[in-house]
Write a protein that binds this ligand. Structure first.
Ligand code: GLN
Length: 196
């Protein structure tokens, strides 16, 4: 599919980290993509992807650019957001407070730099093969509020969650050719369009 003017406009937070791979994946699914660095870049977005990277650096950049309040407004307005790895951390209670979870950073152990795991995600892999998830210094969710749906776990720890229009995973779906999570996210975006 090629992007048309009717294609959803998705922002990808490009303060730091792995935004390019997300952009490629979203474009491959037919979305229009805009890199987000300043509050003005949020204008008119129908969805936002927050890539992995390093959450301390991202936190400083959010402060520097004055992005926290405009991001809260975007989410309050119902705009779907998809956070991955450090992007999940940025959404939690200890950071932007958009997703009612608390993450443990580098939760799988410092020594364990990366690993892969097969995950079933309801609404995404139903009746299909699991997602081969790539974890890189990944967080897990250590507390989750009542409105948070746990979609997948590793060793009993949530690594994929959804709360309304917020989707977050502690792994890197952009680092494979499995587009199913991004496609699910775009479905949330299009569903919201239908609601308006
Ligand atoms: N360990 C990183 C952090 O705490 C997240 C790692 C990642 O995004 N791959 O910010």
């Amino acid at each position: 599919m090629t992007a048309t003017t009717d294609a959803p406009l998705i922002g990808v937070v490009a303060l730091q980290g792995g935004f390019a791979a997300h952009e490629r994946m979203l474009r491959g699914l037919g979305a229009r993509v805009r890199e987000v660095r300043t509050p003005a870049d949020l204008e008119g977005l129908e969805g936002l992807v927050w890539p992995g990277g390093e959450s301390t650096t991202m936190t400083l950049a959010v402060e520097r650019e004055g992005l926290a309040e405009p991001l809260r407004a975007l989410v309050a307005d119902g705009t779907p957001v998809f956070g991955t790895c450090a992007g999940m951390i940025m959404l939690d209670r200890a950071h932007l407070g958009l997703l009612d979870v608390l993450c443990r950073r580098n939760a799988f152990g410092r020594q364990l730099h990366s690993f892969e795991a097969d995950l079933h995600v309801p609404g995404v892999t139903d009746g299909q093969e699991p997602i081969r998830a790539v974890f890189i210094r990944a967080p897990w969710v250590r507390e989750a509020g009542p409105d948070v749906e746990v979609l997948a776990e590793v060793d009993g720890h949530p690594v994929a969650v959804r709360q309304g229009n917020l989707l977050a995973v502690s792994f890197h779906p952009e680092l494979s050719d499995d587009v199913r999570l991004h496609r699910r996210f775009l479905e949330l975006v299009l569903a919201r369009r239908g609601d308006r």
